[in-house]
Design a binder for this molecule. Sequence first.
Ligand code: G
Ligand code: G
Ligand code: MN
Ligand code: NA
Length: 251
Amino acid sequence: LALEHDLRAALTAVDQLSLAYQPQYDAQRRIRGFEALARWKHPQRGWIPPAEFIPVAESSGLIVELGLATLALLRRDLDAWKSLGLVCPLVAINLSWEQCRKVQHRERFLQQLKSLQLGPTEIEFELTESACFEDIDKPDSFVVMLQGLGYSLAIDDFGTGYSSLAYLRRIRCRKLKIDRLFVHGLSINADSRTLVESMVRVAHAMHMLVVAEGVELPADEAALIEMGCDLMQGFGFCKPVAPEQVAALLG
Ligand code: G
Ligand code: G
Ligand code: MN
Ligand code: NA
């Protein structure tokens, strides 16, 4: 509860929250996009890991405000890069199911996108496999709504949920992000390799791009390139970095 109280305060003291950006690379090691990740610097406790504050935000409902704040931070960072003459590729923002489940929350989110002029050439969205499959069954699916506005979607943490592959036919997302659980060590683990190869084949058959998460080992990178994985993200390339460091990556 103390954390919830402090997070509520952080949402009005803008300087406590920021975004870290992790680049996504193609097979030629060119940067093709970024994933934006929320960061919270608590005035007394220092950096609080998202694994700690995101669940608090979700259970308290503060995730809705945090989502709006995240968009504002992205706008600020995009403007700063633009003023340096840099062209930033697409940035992916994570969405929790809690922040788009309710109609009034969606509307505030869409309104924020509109007023900040964050369009489909600036931003895309990541939703976990379980959130996507919960949403897609609804008559007023948020995924379908965002896609109707031209935004592209990535299914996050793919392979860790309980959904059947049949759902991929219903949800026509642009990208599939393979969870690092399957990616790490795939070059030496025959089971992981087989699973990732199958996921790449399924995704491509469905005309989706594949992003491998948590790529840390050069041998895994080589194996992923060999199996036709489109994009890679992980500590082996670059850890999530502060906005000022993005400028150096783009320049
Ligand atoms: O940055 P890190 O890898 O520690 O993130 C941990 C988790 O927090 C990830 O699952 C990520 O999707 C989630 N997360 C990070 N930033 C955001 C955010 O801005 N919004 C939401 N909803 N989740 C986020
Ligand atoms: O669930 P989501 O994919 O949004 O989580 C992203 C999280 O994964 C971030 O917290 C980020 O810091 C972390 N991450 C990114 N690359 C790597 C990696 O190579 N190894 C590990 N262990 N974590 C990573
Ligand atoms: Mn993600
Ligand atoms: Na993920």
